[in-house]
Design a protein around this ligand. Structure first.
Ligand SMILES: Nc1ncnc2c1ncn2[C@@H]1O[C@H](COP(=O)(O)OP(=O)(O)OP(=O)(O)O)[C@@H](O)[C@H]1O
Ligand SMILES: O=c1ccn([C@@H]2O[C@H](COP(=O)(O)O)[C@@H](O)[C@H]2O)c(=O)[nH]1
Length: 239
């Protein structure tokens, strides 16, 4: 199947994509590799990025162990700021102009999120990294990615994760699960395919933003998938 070409995209990177072979945290070599793939991708399109925080802190996991959920979620959002700064640093080392905008104002380390300013950065060819998720607890960075993709008028949301698409069930738990090549938003929601939270999927559906799910931990895959090749699942509205 040939996938369409997109000119302004939002790339959502799972926090785990920054861990490398480790079980936790940020691996500088891995971040450098990701940055060079993003630098190449940037040459042909406008690009914004949202990075998750799962390599450092997940609010819901901490809440299950007795943490106050809202405090834990704020800690999770702070984790995404660290990841964004790490990626910004690696991108700038490769000569890519970037700005980090945080949904939780943090004047010493980033710009606050200002939609019109972010749009201007994109027009000037800068990569904009949106940090701190939506700025609200009880959300995820997938929802933040869908929200910012809608606000920035992105043509598509590319979700780079540790699986190469959407399966009939979680492939890490169900060995016989089958991968879909394409799917409707309706199907993702009605079959409760937990690749993204429902709020993010519904936001993309309502704003007609296709979602492309691919494995970003496989080197070189981002370029392949952006070129409409490689293994991925595309989610879009039915004709
Ligand atoms: N139907 C499905 N098809 C594919 N993957 C699925 C499905 N259901 C659940 N998953 C799981 O969804 C996960 C997607 O994780 P994702 O990258 O979104 O993590 P995240 O929480 O956004 O990132 P982070 O690491 O930043 O917290 C995969 O690891 C996969 O195991
Ligand atoms: O809008 C948001 C986004 C994120 N969080 C918290 O951050 C962590 C890490 O994000 P992931 O999407 O899991 O990578 C998340 O578990 C939440 O605790 C948030 O509260 N609001």
């Amino acid at each position: 199947m040939t996938r369409p070409r997109f000119n302004r995209i939002l790339l959502k990177l799972s926090g785990e994509a920054l861990m490398g072979q480790g079980q936790f945290g940020i691996d500088p070599e891995t971040v450098k590799g990701l940055a060079s793939e993003i630098a190449a991708a940037k040459k042909d399109r406008e690009l914004c990025v949202v990075v998750g925080g799962g390599n450092i802190f997940r609010g819901i996991a901490a809440a299950a162990k007795g943490f106050d959920r809202t405090s834990a979620d704020y800690m999770g959002m702070l984790a995404t700021v660290m990841n964004s700064l790490a990626l910004q640093n690696a991108l700038e080392n490769q000569g890519v102009d970037t700005r980090v905008q945080s949904a939780i104002p943090m004047a010493a380390v980033s710009e606050p999120y200002i939609r019109r300013r972010a749009l201007r950065h994109l027009e000037k060819g800068r990569v904009v990294l949106f940090a701190a998720g939506t700025g609200n607890p009880y959300f995820t960075t997938d929802t933040a990615a869908a929200l910012r993709a809608a606000e920035m008028g992105c043509d598509a949301l590319f979700k780079g994760t540790s699986v190469d698409g959407i399966y009939t069930a979680d492939p890490k738990k169900v060995s016989g699960a089958k991968r879909y090549e394409q799917l409707s938003f309706h199907r993702v929601l009605s079959d409760d395919l937990k690749i993204m939270d429902a709020a993010a999927v519904a936001l993309c559906r309502d704003n007609n933003i296709p979602i492309v799910v691919f494995n970003v931990r496989q080197p070189g895959n981002l370029a392949q998938v952006l070129a409409g090749k490689g293994t991925a699942t595309i989610v879009q509205n039915e004709e």
